[in-house]
Write a protein that binds this ligand. Structure first.
Ligand code: SAM
Ligand code: SF4
Length: 328
């Protein structure tokens, strides 16, 4: 198993399929984009499936495909199919901005994908353009509907609120999500943008988000026991069945129950989103490492996992890679 020195067991593997993206969300990427990873550095489909298979052999039960924008990866449907054929079969999910999802959702469902998480921070078209720097709100909404029609349910929606941009949209987003039957979760903005624009003093906190929601909705907390290692704290809205979640990575960190490990698109294993070191699985694999050797590297990487992300520590250093390159 992938156990660390604090007794945490990694069972949830987040795999970045590409660092490229067709949006430029301001909390994630600069307007001009980033220097993309060179093609030969990217894992091939075969290499990727092999590494996932080794991780599944070490107890990974949940595989989440992300990026960058995972729907830009040409082999996505076939990767899902191949990972779904592993034994024991892991649960599979894609985290996407939803652009193009309407078209590919039926194929993803047929390939065995269980669920999708779609990121959407505003329902206002002009704001969307300001926030994501592309006029694609209509495509995202179509993608959400397409995912629900294809049975990729419950459809989850992730929203990041930014002060002075969309921090007045907590309640409208929840009203909309409840009406559509989507499960909304707010994520606190984290210091992971390439431009280093994050500011602890001005970020929108979970407490503020809850206060705005409580002005309109009756929220009943879902018990800690039901939460398990889910990063989201959940509330039942207006007596149910709808719920809302808040992922308070900054103000209420959940590192103590973390069960995640990440594989970048260029084959580096990261034991934490905020890790400053990576384990080069691609290099080892291309040098001829066996599955056992790759597994040993994975276990060694997990053993070096720190107890927490330390965002509030005076010596905190943002990771050198931005979120889009690590895989969010
Ligand atoms: N492109 C896909 C998407 O947007 O869903 C997948 C990759 S994206 C990096 C994954 C998630 O990370 C999205 O929900 C996005 O909102 C979130 N994210 C990106 N930068 C963030 C930041 N600085 N703080 C908090 N969440 C962030
Ligand atoms: Fe692209 Fe997702 Fe980053 Fe937005 S959050 S720029 S959609 S990778």
């Amino acid at each position: 198993m992938l156990v660390d020195t604090y007794g945490r067991v990694a069972t949830d593997l987040r795999v970045s399929l590409t660092d490229k993206c067709n949006l430029r969300c301001s909390y994630c990427m600069p307007p001009e984009g980033l220097e993309w990873l060179p093609g030969p550095d990217l894992l091939t489909d075969d290499e990727l499936v092999r590494l996932v298979s080794v991780a599944v052999g070490l107890g990974v039960t949940e595989v989440r495909f992300t990026g960058g924008e995972p729907l830009l990866r040409r082999g996505l449907v076939s990767i899902v199919e191949r990972v779904g054929a592993l034994s024991p079969r892991p649960r599979m999910q894609v985290t996407t901005n939803g652009i193009g999802l309407a078209k590919v959702a039926p194929a993803l469902a047929a390939a065995g994908l269980d669920r999708v998480n779609v990121s959407l921070d505003t329902l206002d078209r002009e704001r969307f353009v300001t926030l994501a720097r592309r006029d694609r709100l209509v495509d995202v909404l179509a993608g959400l509907a397409g995912a629900a029609d294809a049975g990729l349910t419950p459809v989850k929606v992730n929203a990041v609120l930014m002060r002075g941009v969309n921090d007045d949209e907590a309640a409208p987003l929840l009203r909309w999500a409840l009406g559509e039957g989507y499960h909304l979760r707010f994520i606190e903005q984290m210091p992971l943008d390439a431009q280093h624009g994050w500011d602890r003093a001005t970020m929108v906190t979970a407490e503020e988000i809850l206060a705005s929601l409580q002005a309109e909705f009756d929220l009943t907390p879902v018990g800690e026991q039901e939460r398990g290692s889910d990063p989201a704290e959940e509330w039942v809205v207006d007596g149910g069945p709808g719920k809302v979640g808040v992922i308070a990575s900054v103000t209420r960190p959940f590192c103590g129950s973390c069960d995640r490990v990440r594989l970048t698109a260029d084959g580096q294993l990261r034991n934490c989103l905020f890790a400053r070191e990576e384990s080069d699985l691609r290099g080892a694999m291309r040098a001829g490492a066996s599955d056992e050797e790759l597994g040993a590297r994975m276990r060694a990487s997990l053993l070096a996992k720190l107890p927490g992300h330390g965002i509030d520590d005076p010596g905190f250093l943002q990771p050198t890679r931005p979120m889009s390159a690590i895989g969010g």
